[in-house]
Every structure is written in C-alpha cells, then in structure tokens.
Design a protein around this ligand. Structure first.
Ligand code: C5P
Length: 274
C-alpha cells in the first residue's frame, strides 16, 4: 500500500506566446506547487478499481489517474492490477492542476510500487502524453515551463510565500478559455525577464489567460475587483481559472459561494515525494 499527497499548483506568471499549428498554445510560465493537496491511496489487487471522495468526478477511463495506470503498464509491460482511492481537496475547473497532479502522482506511485523501472525523464515523457501540465508535477515543485507547458527548466525553491486561493462557485473549462484568447492583443512581455525578476527577489505577477477567462465568465471581473477592494495587494487568476491567488492581507466575508484556502509554497527533495 502507498499513500501519497498530490499537490495543486499556481502559475506565478503565465505568458502565451502564440497559437501553434497543432492547436496548442506556446507558453512560458513559472509554475509552483502549493500545500493544498489531494491524497491517493494505492493497493496492488486483482482488478483495477478507482474510487473518489467527490461524486462529481468520473471514475472511469476519463479520469487521468486511470490513464496514467494504463500508460505506465503499456510502457513497462507490467500486468498487475491496482486499486486506487482518491481523496479530493483541490477544486475542479480552478486552474490549480488537480487532475494533472493526480496523474503525475499515480505515475510516481506506480514506479515506486514496482521498484522504479522507469527513469525520471521517461516518467515525465509519459506524463506529457496525459496532459501538458503533468510533467511539471513530476518536478521538485518550482519550474519554468515552456512549449505547451511540458518542457521544464527546474528551479531552486523560491523564497516562502503565503497566499490565499479563492475560487468562485463557477468553474472554467481550459479549452474554452484558450478558444477565447486573442493572442494578438496581449502585451508583449518578456517571460525570461519576468523569471529573472522573480529570481532576484522582485516578483512580477501576470496571467495572459485572464482576459480570455473574463470573456467566458464576465462575473470574474467584479469577483477580482472585490478581492482587491477587500485589501489584497495582488490578485491574479491561476492558469485558466477560475481560482485567484491573493497576496497580502485581505478581509473576506465567509461567503458560501466561494472556496477559500490559505496556502504556502511546497517543494520536494529529489527521490522523495511530497
Ligand atoms: O494538455 P491538456 O490536455 O491539459 O490541454 C487541455 C486543452 O487546453 C487543450 O486541448 C488545448 O485546448 C488547451 N491548451 C492549449 N495550449 C496549451 C495547453 C493547453 O491550447 N499550452
């Protein structure tokens, strides 16, 4: 039996450079894992089975966890079946990478259960077949990601930061947000410069997907403004939304229409999971 945490991420900055011929977008983003985590429990058994604490999530082949199991078995020729329970805390459709993280955690866990038959490089390659963000979750928690998100420049941990993650009731579909993106209208920021600023301790936060998310869900404009009015110094959407990360001290009402998490950055050591 193996029980592992599966952390969420935020995109501290996210630059979209262009639309590619394969339909994906070329991006450059600073990804960071945070200590808002799901938990996966895996047992070797005689029949594959996935259960989940959230009844809204599919537990069939559409769940990225089972895609990861299948891919790992294909790649290694290992035939064993596995029973997995997924305890969800990371909200869905939030831009926090929950599904991708679960897939990466499954790949890592399978590799541990069978005494590491797959190299870390190949594990990331398998991850990229599942989704653009999956390889990042196999890094140590801080990475500058390019390509469609799957190419990693691994970085040392950033100075600690506390933030509030706040998600409205409505979620957002990643493909829909990308479809509403007008790349030509984006400000021409240099992501390498943004990275250098982060590393030198003068962080800049931006997200090129925010304007597209506002088009899909216009109520997010007021939602963000309300968070700024509540006193947070920085409020930025994570990934394709709909959650925002907030820095500073804001006073928010205990509103049932939002989910609110106080989080910190988290990193792991090489060869040790979170
Ligand atoms: O790679 P993943 O399956 O997570 O991507 C989900 C969707 O998000 C893609 O089908 C695509 O519409 C969009 N996407 C994109 N450019 C990226 C990553 C994702 O257009 N770099």
């Amino acid at each position: 039996m193996l029980k592992l945490l599966s952390p969420a991420k935020v995109n501290l900055f996210l630059r979209i450079l262009r639309k590619r011929d394969d339909g994906y977008h070329e991006l450059a983003s600073l990804f960071q894992t945070i200590d808002l985590c799901d938990t996966l429990e895996l047992h070797l058994t005689d029949r594959d089975c996935l259960t989940c604490s959230d009844p809204d999530l599919p537990t069939d082949e559409n769940n990225l966890v089972l895609k990861a199991v299948r891919l790992f078995r294909q790649h290694t020729n290992i035939k064993a079946s596995i029973k997995i329970h997924l305890e969800k805390k990371i909200p869905q459709q939030a831009g926090l990478g929950g599904g991708s993280s679960n897939a990466a955690t499954t790949l890592w866990a399978m590799n541990e259960l069978f005494d590491r038959p797959v190299s870390q490089t190949d594990l990331k390659r398998l991850g990229a077949e599942i989704g653009s963000d999956v390889p990042f979750f196999l890094s140590c928690g801080t990475a500058y990601c390019t390509g469609r998100g799957e190419q990693l420049r691994e970085l040392s941990p950033l100075p600690p930061m506390q933030m509030s993650i706040i998600k409205p009731r409505e979620g957002l579909s990643t493909p829909l947000v990308y479809r509403n993106l007008d790349v030509a209208s984006l400000p021409p920021r240099d992501p390498e410069m943004a990275l250098a600023q982060f590393i030198s301790g003068k962080p800049v936060f931006f997200n090129d997907l925010e304007s597209a998310a506002f088009k899909v869900l216009p109520s997010l404009i007021d939602f963000k403004q309300n968070l700024l009015d509540a006193g947070f110094s920085t409020v930025l959407m994570s990934g394709s939304g709909s959650s925002f990360f907030c820095l500073g001290n804001g006073v928010i009402n205990n509103d049932m229409t939002t989910q609110h998490y106080k989080v910190r950055f988290t990193n792991r050591l090489i060869n040790v999971w979170y």
